[in-house]
Design a protein around this ligand. Structure first.
Ligand SMILES: C[S@@+](CC[C@H](N)C(=O)[O-])C[C@H]1O[C@@H](n2cnc3c(N)ncnc32)[C@H](O)[C@@H]1O
Length: 277
């Protein structure tokens, strides 16, 4: 009688020969299995070590180096959609469509609705979001980015509609002061990881004073599963949702709505969109 593979292997053998066979197999594969486990736990340890709970722990160098390393990194990136998205240019449409659906819930006329006059694109790069999300919805748009080359590219990339861009500010968000009560929407996407915790809180506070009545700040960014994951290549961090919520509250803002972007590739971080005011 056969009862599957296990019976076929051991059922016809005496317990002595089964034991000998087991020892031989252990000799052949046992050490590999132990090595494999060791490797796994070393990787898990490494992952844990790289994830921090306070941003200061992740800043290997001082703050000035943290910012200047990021500036150098972005100066070498091609001014293209693919460059803006770290080689994931193909997800741009999914991203923009998700953002449009999210934002349109708040816009319009009437009580409590967010106006469609002027918006600000923060960490705008070449204006990928300005072109396909903000210019189609708002009368005018301002862009702010630390990389002059990207803003120069934006002037041609935005085409004719770019005439409705009122300002191209070349400035780090850590130093940027939005004009008080100018904006209906301040869009901050894939850039907060370049700010220290304190600078992010201060920047969000300044953004709040840059809002018109019923204005909205939208933060759309990667979120870590747990802790803070530093990226030494572009000199940024990825925070988990708990920390992001904590920093938003510290800035005196409330979360009006929060969604996870759907249909992004599985291998990338989860991306969350938060509407704040
Ligand atoms: C990942 S790209 C995202 C660009 C754009 N938000 C998008 O989604 O297409 C990050 C952008 O942030 C800019 N950046 C990096 N550090 C910054 C800082 N401290 N202040 C303002 N912009 C910064 C870079 O120049 C780059 O354009």
């Amino acid at each position: 009688m056969t009862y599957g593979v296990q019976h076929f292997c051991f059922g016809e053998l005496s317990w002595v020969s089964s034991t000998i066979l087991f020892m031989v197999l252990l000799g052949l594969f046992g050490s590999d299995m132990t090595d494999c486990k060791k490797r796994q736990s070393a990787a898990a340890r490494a992952r844990k070590q790289r994830s921090c709970t306070k941003m200061e722990d992740c800043l290997i160098e001082d703050q000035t180096t943290f910012y200047s390393k990021a500036e150098h990194y972005w100066k070498d990136v091609p001014p293209t959609v693919d460059g803006m998205l770290g080689g994931y240019g193909s997800i741009s449409s999914i991203d923009i469509n998700g953002s449009k659906k999210f934002l349109q819930k708040f816009l319009g006329e009437g009580q409590g609705k967010t106006g469609m006059g002027c918006s600000l694109d923060c960490g705008a790069g070449i204006g990928r979001i300005t072109k396909r999300l903000l210019l189609p919805l708002f009368r005018t748009v301002d862009l702010v980015d630390v990389t002059q080359e990207f803003l120069d590219k934006a002037r041609t990339y935005l085409g004719d509609e770019g005439k409705r861009v009122e300002n191209y500010f070349c400035c780090g968000l850590q130093d940027f002061q939005p004009q008080p009560e100018r904006y209906d929407v301040i869009w901050i996407q894939w850039v907060i990881g370049h700010l220290t915790d304190d600078h992010l809180v201060e920047f969000l506070r300044r953004c709040q004073s840059g809002l018109r009545p019923n204005g909205l700040i939208v933060v759309k960014d990667n979120v870590a599963f747990e802790g803070i994951i530093p990226d030494d290549v572009d000199s940024s961090v990825c925070r988990d949702l708990n920390l992001l919520h904590h920093l938003v509250a510290k800035a005196g803002l409330s979360i009006i709505c929060e969604e996870q972007q759907q249909n992004f590739p599985e291998e990338i971080y989860q991306v969350h969109t938060l509407a704040l005011r």
